[in-house]
Design a protein around this ligand. Structure first.
Ligand code: UN1
Length: 501
């Protein structure tokens, strides 16, 4: 295992101030310890939020296009460090190098987007019903934005939130997953470098990092100075965050579990479908919130497609994610492997035919949890399919009528992503229509995962309802003021009300 200290030094991160005994960072590749860190205390969390609050008070006065300049510099740092940071992502999260690099590219992309956005934070001018009046909307920064991120996208998720939050004039306090603090420390170091190049109008405290367990996240969520919490993780976590924020009427963006389906219709290009299925079901070892988990295949093409999938699944290169050629790395830990086994046992009990799913021995990695991706052919959409298991399990069900497949797509509590493979435009349009998929993402002829940053990302129902990244997601990081201006010499009241005295 290569030295993580060397990689961190290359990224300009100094671990010496973090050394301690609270958090043992391990790599899922071998189970080896990468570093031991100390966690922040509740007092330190409060101090960091205080610093971020003071930073916000200065930062909001910096013109937005100038704020964009900081993000441009940060994007440059990421470009220069793409390989090293991508490698660190692989070491800490276990995703293959291609995907580690892809995640950094996603950060670079959102930085570019945010730089452009910094000149486009505009509101509407609205016709007033009163003579000599004008109405308009202005957008203002919110304050301190708290970001809670998960292990599976340890750096990109922060950047979707942070890049927008910064150009919108906010400061950011980040609580990364305790499974991936090292990548967060590295990103913070790169951001600090960009701040130093930017100059003195980037105040200290603009970006704060909290290291620790979920109690530290809870303190961030409960702090009245934090105007918005953007949290990515399990539905259970999201529910707790939503309740705490509702208590103090703070805003939330929740990006929670997914249970994403694909429909393969009779007219589908089966080779394209097979490629999309494999990438979205086994990529990141099935540990994306957008991973494909449920596949509904029309009975007319079922046997052909399944024969192809079984063949590909049997030969998937599972192993060390640092080695080129590997497509499936380890699960994050033993608990993830146990959850996978548990789901497969339930699938079997529910009359599923399971193929794969067993633990694999990878030479040199005896403590890593490597599993062969599983295909579970189910007689119907059974109970186990209503739950998200963060592992490479693909449940497959045969369908006869498209309406039935769409109903199954929508019958689960989650509503993040979905897709259909068809060359029949009626089917494609129906799937994207009001009567189609109820998810935040509904794709045609591509899989449910691997979204670009230009679209708004997020889902419905138990997936949380938040939107991050592109389109007009920036509005969630700002507050809107409606301004009515009277440039006449009279004071007409709205709704024609007279109030003479
Ligand atoms: C996640 O798994 O938390 O669409 C996010 C995708 C990625 C993001 C996944 N762009 O798969």
């Amino acid at each position: 295992m290569e030295s993580v200290t060397h990689l961190l030094a290359q990224l300009g991160a100094d671990l010496s101030s973090w050394h301690g005994r609270d958090l043992h960072c391990t790599t899922p590749i071998t189970g080896d310890t990468l570093a031991s860190l100390h966690a922040d205390t509740p007092h330190q969390v409060a101090e960091k939020i205080g610093r971020a609050q003071r930073a916000f008070e200065q930062w909001r006065c910096v013109p937005a296009p100038r704020r964009g300049e900081l993000i441009r510099l940060f994007g440059d740092e990421l470009r220069a460090s793409k390989e090293a940071l991508g490698r660190l992502v692989t070491l800490e999260s276990g995703k293959i190098l291609q995907e580690g690099g892809g995640e950094v590219q996603e950060m670079i992309d959102i930085c570019d987007f945010a730089v452009g956005l910094s000149r486009q934070l505009y509101g509407l001018t609205i016709a007033s019903e009163r003579p000599g009046h004008r109405m308009m909307e202005t957008w203002h920064p919110l304050g301190v934005v708290g970001v809670i991120s998960a292990f599976n996208f340890p750096v990109a998720v922060w950047s979707w939130n942070a890049a927008l939050a910064f150009v919108c004039g906010n400061s950011v306090v980040w609580k990364p997953s305790e499974k991936t603090p090292l990548t967060a420390i590295a990103v913070q170091a790169l951001f600090t470098k960009a701040m130093a190049r930017f100059g003195s109008d980037a105040p200290q405290g603009l970006s704060e990092l909290i290291i620790g367990g979920h109690e530290r996240g809870q303190e961030l969520v409960d702090d009245a100075r934090v105007g918005l919490i953007s949290a990515t993780g399990s539905t259970r976590m999201g529910r707790a965050v939503a309740q705490a924020c509702a208590q103090r009427l703070a805003r939330t963006i929740l990006e929670l579990g997914g249970n994403n389906a694909m429909i393969v219709a009779p007219s589908a290009d089966l080779e394209l479908a097979a490629r999309a299925i494999v990438f979205s079901a086994v990529g990141t070892a099935g540990q994306r919130c957008t991973s494909l988990r449920r596949l509904f295949v029309h009975e007319g093409v079922y046997d052909t497609l399944l024969a192809r999938l079984r063949k590909v699944y049997a030969a998937l290169p599972v192993g060390d994610p640092l080695k080129s050629g590997t497509l499936v790395g380890p699960l994050i830990d033993g608990a993830a492997f146990d959850a996978m086994q548990n789901a497969l046992a339930r699938a079997r009990a529910q009359q599923g035919q399971v193929c794969g799913g067993e633990r694999l021995d990878v030479p040199g990695c005896p403590s890593g949890f490597y599993a062969r991706p599983a295909l579970a052919e189910m007689p119907d959409q059974t109970e186990v399919m209503h739950h998200e298991t963060f592992a490479p399990i693909l449940y497959v069900v045969r369908y006869q009528k498209l309406e039935q497949a769409i109903a199954w797509n929508n019958a689960v509590p989650q509503g993040l992503s979905s897709s259909i493979f068809t060359t029949d435009m009626r089917e494609a349009e129906l799937f994207m229509s009001t009567l189609g998929s109820d998810c935040g993402i509904a794709n045609v002829n591509i899989g449910p995962s691997g979204a670009e940053i230009g679209g708004a990302f997020g889902g419905e129902k138990e997936s949380g309802g938040g939107r991050e990244s592109g389109s007009d997601a920036w509005k969630a990081y700002m507050r809107r003021a409606t301004n009515t201006v009277n440039y006449s010499h009279a004071l007409p009241l709205a709704q024609g009300v007279s109030f003479d005295f």
